[in-house]
Design a binder for this molecule. Structure first.
Ligand code: C2E
Ligand code: CA
Ligand code: CA
Length: 601
């Protein structure tokens, strides 16, 4: 039939037309054939790396340096990927693994079991992100996060798995950095408490109870005052310097962390009690030398509370609390020392809590009162003034000494209220004596924190006006620490002088300043601390230091008051060396106000 038709056509058309028609026929045939096999050819290409899939819009989303799409056949043999896999994983096309079996060589060994498991259970992983580490073409580790989806055929059978992979290496690096940052203190670059606890737990697990460890809580005495007087920036410098000093002295065997603002915590591994004591002394001695910051010398002192694993406790929090209690005991006993926790110490912390709690009510309940210790002229033995000393009658604890509750009041912010009550009450009492014809001066102790109050001088002035007391009968006693900021001290001293009030440095010689500081402040009175007076009869150095102070007082025109004179020998020594004033049990203990008139007259 076909041949008949062709013959017919041959009859009608010229030979060129026939030739042309054949060409069209063959062309159409070839195009149809190509169209039919198009998908198969593409799949062939995909077996290496699918280039064509990129052309869809969907793929364009992933056409960046951080992501690619992939597919896995239903038998989980081949892993095909969009061309971008080469960029993401720094691969040559030729090096693309293709077979899933080959991919396993690129997976980080630690992640391999999970990777195998993931592939085996692909069906159940739809919608669940999965992150895996793989080595890229440069043998660098890359983190890929992938999501899978399943493609089914018309019969509902699995045809293949497709998914996305995103390079999350940068995110992982940032996460690691943040995690590390959460373990370190930014200022000192030391580990923080969190890491300390973690390291302790690790060591405990590794070493068991056979190994002894010491936990040392280390606190800078009166750091709050350094911060108040010199500002936080300088306070920060002090902390950095302390951290560096600790690192230099303790070496690698000791784990050092910053606990909180001015507290550090040390972990001594395999340390006996003897070794712990030795090291604690070494630290205390190191801080006997001043530290230099911006050319200024700072005298710091350190208190340390110690607990022992497994002896005193096994749990890190219990050990920490014991170290805190031991530290509190050191502070109680005059700081600058260390103490190893003993079971009896626990009662102390309870007492501190009660004091802190009770202080809030003490003023309102009239539990606070003042006693007055006479100050005498050493040559005549006659009292010329008194010092007001606070007392607290606690309903349950009985008499709580100021050395115990004043630091707690400073810590808890109660000191200002208490301090102004003292100023008010002392001035009131002195006016009462004046009215009785006893014209003596009165000294009040002012905490360094109160001295910082910008309204301090004004409030003193108002109280003097309120009670109508001549300001020349008032002395303000401030501690040596205030003198570290000479500029501020002199400003307040000048204002007090303008008012007519005198200023004394209390406890001189115990703390921060050297004798040279006396050249720079316009002080009226220097009170030599009892610890020096205690030593004048026994220690040659102390005796000569006291003589020097007295001489300085003469040349710089300030009065010297010797504190805590208990024996006649001490009083005689002071008189011989021209110290004019003194105070101490030898003359009188602090007295109730009603006993002062008889003592004075
Ligand atoms: P301070 O200002 O150096 O007071 C002298 C302390 O030594 C007083 O102790 C006093 O009773 C005691 N003392 C005086 N003479 C002798 C002596 O011969 N031998 C002995 N062993 N001790 C003597 P107190 O009253 O317990 O006060 C202790 C510290 O508490 C005071 O030391 C002062 O720093 C602080 N303080 C007391 N009252 C106040 C106050 O109203 N405000 C503030 N901010 N602090 C106060
Ligand atoms: Ca005093
Ligand atoms: Ca004193």
């Amino acid at each position: 039939m076909m041949m008949v038709l062709i013959n017919k056509m041959t009859d009608q058309l010229s030979s060129e037309v026939i030739y042309f028609s054949w060409l069209i026929f063959i062309g159409v045939f070839l195009v149809t054939l190509l169209w039919h096999y198009r998908g198969k050819l593409n799949e062939k290409k995909l077996e290496i790396i699918s280039l064509t899939k990129e052309k869809t819009d969907f793929q364009k989303v992933f056409n960046n340096d951080l992501a690619f799409v992939w597919e896995i056949d239903k038998n989980k043999q081949n892993l095909l990927a969009s061309i971008n896999v080469c960029t993401v994983l720094c691969l040559d096309k030729a090096a693309y693994p293709g077979l899933l079996e080959n991919w396993k060589n690129s997976v980080h060994p630690e992640d391999l079991p999970k990777f195998i498991n993931y592939i085996e259970q692909l069906e159940d992983k739809v919608g669940t992100p999965y992150a895996v580490r793989v080595y890229d073409g440069n043998k660098e580790v890359k983190w890929l996060e992938t999501f899978v989806n399943i493609i089914y055929n018309e019969k509902g059978e699995i045809k293949k798995y497709i998914g996305t992979a995103v390079d999350i290496t940068n995110r992982k690096i940032e996460e690691k950095r943040l995690k590390e940052a959460s373990y370190y203190d930014h200022l000192t670059e030391l580990p923080n408490r969190k890491l300390f606890y973690k390291v302790f737990e690790e060591k405990k697990t590794n070493l068991g109870t056979d190994s002894e460890m010491s936990i040392i809580l280390l606190d800078i005495d009166r750091f709050k005052i350094i911060n108040e007087l010199h500002g936080r920036e300088l306070g920060d410098q002090v902390l950095i310097t302390v951290a560096d000093k600790l690192k230099s002295i303790l070496g690698a065997e000791t784990f050092i962390a910053r606990e909180s603002e001015d507290e550090f915590i040390l972990l001594l591994e395999n340390a006996s009690e003897k070794e712990t004591k030795f090291l604690s002394e070494k630290i205390i001695n190191m801080f006997k030398k001043p530290i230099l910051i911006e050319g200024q010398a700072f005298y710091l002192s350190i208190s340390m509370g110690i607990s022992r694993y497994p002896e005193t406790a096994q749990d890190v929090l219990a050990l920490y609390q014991q170290a805190e209690i031991a530290m509190y005991k050191v502070k109680e006993n005059g700081k600058k020392n260390y103490h190893i926790f003993m079971t009896d110490d626990a009662a102390l912390i309870e007492r501190k809590r009660r004091i802190e709690f009770g202080l809030k009510e003490a003023l309102a309940r009239n539990e606070l009162y003042l006693v007055y210790q006479p100050k005498v002229n050493l040559s005549t033995g006659k009292a010329y003034g008194t010092e007001a000393l606070i007392r607290w009658n606690h309903p349950m604890l009985g008499t709580v000494p100021p050395s115990e509750f004043i630091p707690i009041a400073e810590e808890s912010g109660m000191i200002s209220e208490i301090g102004y009550w003292v100023v008010f009450e002392a001035i009131r009492q002195n006016k009462v004596w004046h009215k009785e014809g006893i014209y003596i001066e009165i000294a009040v102790n002012v905490s360094a924190l109160q001295y910082e109050d910008p309204f301090f001088v004004e409030r003193v002035k108002q109280t003097l006006i309120h009670h109508d007391l001549d300001p020349k009968y008032l002395v303000v006693e401030i501690t040596e620490s205030v003198m570290q900021d000479v500029e501020h001290s002199n400003k307040v001293i000048r204002e007090l002088h303008e008012l007519g009030v005198k200023v004394a440095i209390d406890d001189f010689g115990t703390g921060y300043s050297s004798l040279s500081v006396l050249n720079n402040v316009f002080i009226d009175i220097v009170k030599i601390d009892k610890s020096f007076i205690d030593g004048i009869m026994t220690t040659v150095n102390t005796a000569s230091l006291v003589k020097t102070m007295i001489q300085m007082g003469k040349s710089l025109s300030f009065h010297i008051v010797a504190e805590g004179i208990e024996s006649k020998d001490q009083a005689d020594f002071l008189k011989e060396n021209e110290c004019s004033f003194g105070q101490g049990y030898l003359f009188s203990k602090p007295l109730n106000p009603e006993d002062i008139p008889t003592k004075i007259s």
